[in-house]
Design a protein around this ligand. Structure first.
Ligand code: MN
Length: 544
């Protein structure tokens, strides 16, 4: 297929909204602003910044992202088709130079019958009222027909005609459950383009999920069929198996633009940086074999492949690693680099810090630099992952001392500071040094308030701790369950930082991720565990 005209496809990035819905990927405002800055460098067209009606924190994030973005991109806020949501979205977007309200509802039989418990007539009416109300506040309104992939066509067509007539200028056709094959999804887009009255005046948007591993393929199929916008996330994070990955669609468009009759404005050389930033902030690691941004995406291991690539790169590489920013020379800092150089490098990596945070980080940076002389970008990213989240710690690590070996019994002595600066001490034994350390931390954090004090330290014991506090089914904040624990060496050499990421679940099953980095992996583990535990405790305090 050849096309005479090349259409520019708009990219709507929803890392801050759908992406944030990945388990454990919750972000605070500062973290969202860091990602928004990187999305601007990627040159996405639309940033979906959040769902303002869902929480005051989300409302504030949308407001602050809109202020940061200015007129550099459209800032979009999600709202269900109810007045309260639309009003919240409109209020959050008040200061936006180019705001968009994204409203809609589920139209498939299963959504109407079980989730919304609404008749088709009422859903049609809600859709029209929602779009009209959104248009009252905002010229730019996008309508989503949730679960469009499983919605009866004639009804979908009827609703879309009505919302277009009511003023929606972008129509999102989500395959919410990732149910369709790429050609089925492309055919749906094509059907709508040929049958919906008024469709020629609006942009059709593809929103695909990766439940069958087909989100990128389905998005490309939609582009080939005539969709003008794609919705995606960095690293493909999102509900369940995730959303279509921004980096995959962008690179596929760059390689196959003439075949698809389409191009995009995405700055490909930012893809690796964006991927690392999002992985670091959300605590959601990218698998090594992930297309475009995985650690092995450009690694050649077999002798035949290596021989080929050395003779001519294109023998086994369709993507030039340089073009996606994968092999940019990583600038190395040392203890003599200074605070300004540290700030500059962090900004290049996507992090912007206020003076207080920079001071804290600089102190930690100097400790690391003294120990391992050369500090790589990956080390800084690990520090940011720890520090970006640790600023309002409830508990912090003061002393950790472990003894272990074979046939020794692994024992950990831990001293923690609470938010008031009081010191708590205990020791525990375990299956290994990390198990012993986590047990000691649990004892300290979940100890009762009447533990005895000795030499200025509060002595927590397992009996004062009520071990039952850690059993399943305890109320909010008194329970945590370690769901994931992963250690990774960052950079090279045996003095490399070890980075640990953990995920803890509370009694309701809500997941909190934490990361920690140190030259000693037991210390990294303790920091990561505390980092996640602090988030869990903050959430519990907020819900109490
Ligand atoms: Mn979605």
């Amino acid at each position: 297929m050849t096309h005479t005209s090349i259409r520019q496809i708009k990219f709507l990035d929803t890392t801050l909204r759908d992406g944030e819905q990945s388990p454990g990927a919750g972000m605070d405002v500062t973290e969202k602003l860091s990602i928004a800055r990187e999305l601007l460098r990627l040159r996405v067209d639309v940033i979906e910044a959040g769902f303002p009606a869902s929480s005051p924190g989300d409302f504030d994030s949308v407001r602050q992202v809109a202020a940061l973005v200015g007129d550099q991109a459209v800032v979009c806020a999600l709202a269900r088709a109810v007045a309260r949501d639309i009003e919240a979205a409109a209020a959050a977007l008040e200061g936006a130079a180019r705001g968009r309200i994204h409203t809609g509802l589920g139209l498939s039989s299963v959504h109407l019958l079980y989730k919304l418990q609404m008749s088709r007539e009422d859903a049609l009416d809600s859709a029209v009222q929602a779009v009209k109300l959104a248009r009252h506040y905002c010229d730019d309104v996008q309508f989503y027909a949730e679960d469009a992939g499983r919605t009866e066509r004639a009804y979908l067509q009827q609703v879309l005609e009505a919302v277009i007539a009511s003023g929606a200028s972008t129509i999102n056709v989500p395959d919410t459950t990732g149910a369709l094959l790429p050609d089925q999804y492309g055919e749906l887009i094509s059907f709508l383009l040929h049958n919906v009255r008024g469709i020629e005046g609006v942009t059709l948007s593809a929103h695909c999920h990766n439940d069958l591993g087909l989100a990128t393929a389905a998005s490309l199929s939609a582009i080939a069929a005539g969709a003008g916008q794609v919705e995606c996330t960095v690293n493909g994070i999102g509900e369940r198996a995730g959303n279509a990955a921004l980096e995959e669609i962008a690179v596929a468009l760059a390689l196959h633009g003439s075949h698809l009759g389409a191009c995009c404005a995405i700055e490909l050389s930012e893809l690796t940086r964006a991927s690392r930033l999002v992985a670091s902030i959300t605590g959601t690691a990218v698998s090594a074999n992930k297309a475009v941004v995985g650690a092995n995406a450009f690694a050649h291991s077999s002798g035949i492949h290596q021989d080929g690539v050395l003779k001519q790169r294109s023998t086994y590489e369709i993507i030039d690693p340089q073009s996606v920013g994968a092999s940019q020379s990583s600038l190395v800092l040392s203890a003599r680099s200074g605070r300004a150089a540290l700030r500059h490098r962090l900004e290049q990596l996507g992090y912007v810090l206020d003076d207080g945070a920079l001071d804290q980080l600089n102190t930690r940076f100097l400790q690391i630099a003294d120990k391992k002389s050369l500090v790589y970008d990956e080390d800084l990213e690990a520090l940011m992952a720890e520090y970006g989240r640790g600023i309002e710690s409830v508990w912090s690590l003061k002393i950790l001392q472990v003894s272990c070996g074979s046939p020794l019994i692994a024992t950990a002595t831990v001293v923690l500071n609470n938010a008031d600066g009081r010191e708590f001490i205990t020791c525990a034994s375990g299956a290994g040094p990390i198990d012993a350390t986590f047990k000691a931390i649990n004892t300290l954090v979940f100890a009762s308030d009447d533990s005895p004090e000795k030499d200025g330290r509060i002595l927590a014991t397992t009996s004062s701790c009520a071990d039952a506090a850690l059993e399943p089914g305890r109320p909010c904040g008194r329970h945590c369950d370690l769901q994931r624990f992963a250690v990774q060496a960052i950079t090279r050499g045996s003095d490399a930082l070890g980075e640990v990421s953990v995920q803890l679940a509370d009694a309701q099953g809500q997941v909190f991720s934490g990361r920690g980095a140190d030259g000693d992996i037991i210390v990294s583990s303790a920091k990561a565990y505390l980092n996640a535990l602090n988030r869990l405790l903050r959430a519990a305090a907020a819900c109490a």
